[in-house]
Design a protein around this ligand. Structure first.
Ligand SMILES: *Cc1c(COP(=O)(O)O)cnc(C)c1O
Length: 361
């Protein structure tokens, strides 16, 4: 059986380092927002050659606290891709703002920059982009629109740790880069965790306040805050894994290359463009008989996933919230996409076995 993912196997090579770090934290007697968090924040900012990083409780919180910082008027509009994971849209709703969905480009699965401008109104305050599956969005036209309409830019980098656009790392283009370290992500912790990157000192102060009950000094609350603090054990694990992030991404890129070179053309593969340093959080293909293919692969001992089976505008939770229903490209992707095994622990042989089965379909 080739599993889609196995978090125990994925982390196995880090276990020895993790145990040492865990024991140190255990003995330290300090478990939230301490030395480990500070160290990881510095390392993660340095990795991105950006100024500040603030550790938070999850990827969703990283998005919410980023948006919250701007204090946009209620019902202001935020542009967001229509085929993202629901968390991106939830962050907008939790801030009392209105998500305005823009269709993706069917080749990259990322927001189609050509379709953004027609959705911008006098109420639009921000663009929240998602570097989906590990590939950066097409940033040049997005940055041009940001300038032209004076919009804030928040990047959802939950799937793009280490991904680059013309050599520049995702998470460093906008006011905020919001990261998730959910265990399955390329830089995954052993529980929930997240972080925000920003080049701006005042924004850093805002996020730090928001994550800790709106307080700068203990028991003195300046604003209505949250509890979204990064834990010491997770930060310790993340510092260790960050040192291996490039190796993790390189491994996934090597496996992706095997798919690119050997999968037959019946399957629609992602675009492979050297200007996009894609870290393949997910390697997806598209096929009209997707469900049959998934079943066939399972019969052949290969597990796959669908990212995602239901687009946001069709989720029950969005009834009465997302009124517009005309998103044919999103629906096309959701109906045909299939994610193939591409974990850090998968071997080249595993991938050749997947390809062999697929090419006989
Ligand atoms: C995982 C993910 C999130 C949410 O991260 P959590 O840490 O689970 O809160 C947000 N956006 C995208 C695109 C994701 O894949």
């Amino acid at each position: 059986m080739i599993e889609y993912e196995n978090l125990g196997e994925l982390n196995k090579s880090f276990f020895e380092e993790y145990k040492i770090s865990f024991e140190k934290t255990l003995n330290s007697g300090w478990y939230i927002l301490g030395k480990n968090v500070k160290q990881f924040e510095e390392e993660f900012a340095a990795y991105h050659q950006t100024k500040y990083c603030i550790g938070v409780g999850s990827g969703l919180d990283a998005l919410i606290l980023s948006l919250k910082t701007f204090n946009f008027e209620r019902d202001s509009e935020v542009i967001v891709p229509s085929n993202t994971y629901i968390a991106t849209i939830l962050s907008i709703l939790h801030c009392g703002l209105k998500p305005v969905l823009v269709e993706p480009d069917l080749k990259t699965y990322n927001i189609d920059p050509q379709k953004i401008e027609e959705k911008i109104s006098s109420k639009t305050k921000a663009i929240m982009i998602v570097h989906l599956y590990g590939k950066s969005c097409d940033m040049s036209p997005i940055l041009a629109l940001k300038e032209k309409y004076h919009l804030a830019l928040i990047e959802d980098c939950a799937q793009s740790h280490g991904a680059k656009y013309f050599g520049k790392l995702t998470g460093t283009f906008g006011e905020f880069g919001a990261f998730s370290f959910y265990p399955t992500k390329n830089l995954g912790a052993l529980g929930d965790a997240g972080a925000v990157l920003t080049p701006d000192f005042a924004f850093t102060q805002s996020i730090k306040r928001l994550r800790n009950y709106g307080s700068d000094v203990k028991y003195y609350n300046e604003i209505v805050g949250y509890n979204s603090r990064l834990q010491e054990v997770q930060a310790g694990f993340l510092s260790i894994k960050l040192r291996h992030l490039d190796e993790i991404n390189a491994h996934k890129q090597k496996l992706a290359k095997i798919y690119f070179e050997n999968l037959k053309d019946d399957f629609t593969k992602p675009v492979d463009d050297k200007n996009y340093f894609d870290v393949f959080h997910i390697f997806n293909i598209r096929h009209t008989k997707r469900d049959k293919l998934k079943e066939y692969l399972l019969k052949n001992g290969i597990k796959t996933e669908i990212h995602y089976p239901v687009p946001p505008h069709k989720q029950k939770a969005m009834e009465g919230i997302i009124i517009e229903k005309d998103f044919p490209i999103s629906e096309e992707i959701h109906a045909t996409t299939l994610s193939l095994p591409i974990s850090f622990y998968h071997t080249e042989d595993d991938i050749y076995r997947v390809i062999e089965a697929m090419n006989k379909f």
